[in-house]
Design a binder for this molecule. Structure first.
Ligand code: MN
Length: 128
């Protein structure tokens, strides 16, 4: 029995912290996903348009163009608006989840992440 998703599911990770980025990529690799990544918000929209990932995990605290802005751009453009965008942030406060959903994000994963919870959340967002 395997919970591994088909390889066709592609995830773009946008995260400027190298340690976090490597962790997310490792976890997603364990989950069997095809992964793309960038540390720059500026590049995320172009990569999304080119690669059309099934899901984007988007860090909010980014240098330059922040994740909230990237998320809004993705959701405002016809080519990318149907890609699921999940906010990743360490700044988990009461009301954050609602705020991200109001801004058009499809979901929210607080950092730090734990392996099982992270992969369960990713799987659930891909299914929903
Ligand atoms: Mn960051």
């Amino acid at each position: 029995m395997s919970n591994k998703p088909p390889k066709s599911q592609k995830i773009l990770v946008v995260e400027d912290n190298q340690v976090n980025l490597e962790l997310f990529m490792d976890l997603l690799d364990v989950g069997g996903y095809e992964c793309l990544h960038t540390t720059k918000g500026e590049e995320a929209v172009d990569i999304a348009k080119r690669e059309m990932p099934d899901l984007i995990l988007l860090d909010i605290q980014l240098p330059g163009v922040d994740g909230l802005t990237v998320g809004k751009i993705l959701k405002s453009q016809a080519e990318t608006k149907n890609i699921k965008v999940i906010a990743l942030t360490a700044y988990a406060m009461k009301g954050d989840k609602e705020m991200f959903l109001e801004e058009g994000f499809d979901g929210y994963i607080p950092k730090p992440v734990k392996m099982k919870e992270f992969l369960d959340a990713v799987e659930e967002y891909l299914r929903s």
